[in-house]
Design a protein around this ligand. Sequence first.
Ligand code: 7PJ
Length: 424
Amino acid sequence: MRAAWSRNQRVDRGSHSDDIVGALGHVSGGSFVILCLFHEVSIAMPAQSRPPHYLRPVVSLGVDLRLQDREFTDWIARLAGRPDLAFAHLELIDRSEEPHRRRRLISAYGADGFENRDWFVEPYDGERMWQLYENIIAARPPFAGLPMDKTTIMGIVNVTPDSFSDGGSFDSTQAAIDHALTLAEEGADILDIGGESTRPGSDAVQLEEELKRVIPVIEGLRGKTDRKISVDTRKAEVMRQAAAAGADILNDVSALTHDPKALETAAETGLPVMLMHAQGDPKTMNDNPQYEDVVLDVFDFLEDRIAACEAAGIARDKIVVDPGIGFGKHLHHNVAVLAAMSLYHGLGVPVLLGASRKKLIGQICNVDDPKERVPGSLAAALSSVAQGVQIVRVHDVAATKQAVSVWHAAVMGREPGAGGKAHG
Ligand code: 7PJ
């Protein structure tokens, strides 16, 4: 009933908002326009900008939505169709406000809650507001055959000279395959094979060298495991050959923008894709990254890349997004993104976090050796898992699996796999 009221309002008021869109559509050129739509209202907005409002669900933990009665569930909404995570509040973010006034907390339900408010009034774009809300609550279909209503662990397998003695030799191929199989045994759902170091400051790797590193590993692994194999590459040709060698997923830290052929090639393979935000190229990206609002700029970028993928023929259910921790981001950018991870559910596709052993953990805790950053990596992973992030990309699969399992049992108050009562 509650939802139906507002949704009907949306249909009723649809023509009203179309009129406004139509009026705006006639104005082009110039970076700012002033429109007088009604004699008493004047609006100033950048031409062709997207609406300034965003929604971030404030995720509640330990909510077993299969068991609670309506008294309770009437006041919460499921996050991304999950049985275990919900939200009773949303952050309503308005980019047109000053940074310190941008974020306001609203209820999901209740008389003044999101579901009962009329969003088809200025300054809101009702279609946009409802689209974001429905993206946040909609159940996610499986990605690459993996269920997206629980945490998926992606294990990192580097085939680069800095991780194994030398990339592309028999020893390093075998070492990478062995390492991948160990991660599979530890519980990795996805094995991420990468032959190009995209760490900050690293040099580009030539195509032949990258192919020599990753293709034999994918071929060797394909016969030995049924875990999903992703290839971490920005090059169309590597994507093509990896697909032929049996890879299941394409993971591109440039969101299919680095190689002009990547988008088309990815669509041709028919494989699902992981789109990561990065600003600039690995060599220089952390020198001087610039954002108006890092959290929202990353959202806009990912939204545009999803649209580009769909236009190229990659269906929405074959897309995962990742805000790209450490890629063209300083520490204050990275922690801002971590704090806002649940915003990205508004994109309507599964969300991935890759923070494992990264520099931000070293900066927060003063730890230089990446191998010593495991506890901090677990904390970063858990904080995102608690915000409903579906996939975590990690070096330490066994440790992450243990942390996620204990976190889940502890917040749910249930043994793993217990189907019965939550309490008592
Ligand atoms: C990421 C990645 C990440 C995705 C790398 C490193 C640098 N792919 N590839 N997300 N990071 N999707 O692991 O430190 O964060 S390479």
